[in-house]
Design a protein around this ligand. Sequence first.
Ligand code: AP5
Ligand code: MG
Length: 214
Amino acid sequence: MNLILLGPPGSGKGTQAQMMTERYHIPQISTGDILRAAVKEGTPLGREAKRYMDQGELVPDEVVVGIVKDRLNASDCNSGFILDGFPRTLPQAEALDTTLKAMERGIDHVVSIEVDKDELIRRLTGRRTCRRCGAMYHIIFDPPKRDGICDRCGGELYQRDDDKEETIRARLQVYERQTAPLIEYYRKRGILRSIDGVGEIEEIFQKIIKAIEG
Ligand code: AP5
Ligand code: MG
């Protein structure tokens, strides 16, 4: 199954993608995670990407399209994939179509997770991520058992650089301007599944499963 998770920053794409990988045994492809790993390693890609990410702006299309093309060609994507945070612009969506067509594949479902702005800000300001395994927490909505420590692996929890309120607002504006038009793009194709993303994490997971499994 080939899936796209679409939604504003903080809508729960990463949280739900991690749960979906366990159910469907297909990889999560998060362009945000790939770029953050490059920033951490200090590669040329990471150095270029950091300039945009710190401002809440999008990294140039050709850069992310190249990353995703390579990733889709890896053998673990043979039985499907979950794209998390890609595509994010119309040119990215068109490039994805071309790439998949050349591979004689296509997108089965685009899950659009809808959450209001105040809730998004509450979620992002309280998010914590494990440095070691990438597990996600929220200091109020989904707290770890021990402050600052990952339940799964004992790793240290940290706050993302772009989760400052000012950068969050910039990211939300960028989403509205550049990414929200993709909802219509996929609706017209008949593959959009819209989900109300407010509620318990498990409840939203069940709604997603129902939307894609019928
Ligand atoms: P990226 O990493 O993709 O960030 P994002 O889209 O801004 O989304 P987030 O990861 O912040 O949110 P999420 O929807 O995954 O929510 P999460 O599950 O964590 O991109 C970062 C940057 O990289 C971009 O700004 C850009 O610069 C660059 N980039 C990446 N992809 C790009 C692309 N394709 N093109 C160009 N540039 C690109 O949940 C958030 C919090 O809420 C967590 O704490 C979680 O525990 C909590 N939570 C989740 N669900 C619930 C719930 N139901 N109730 C209460 N709390 C919840
Ligand atoms: Mg994410």
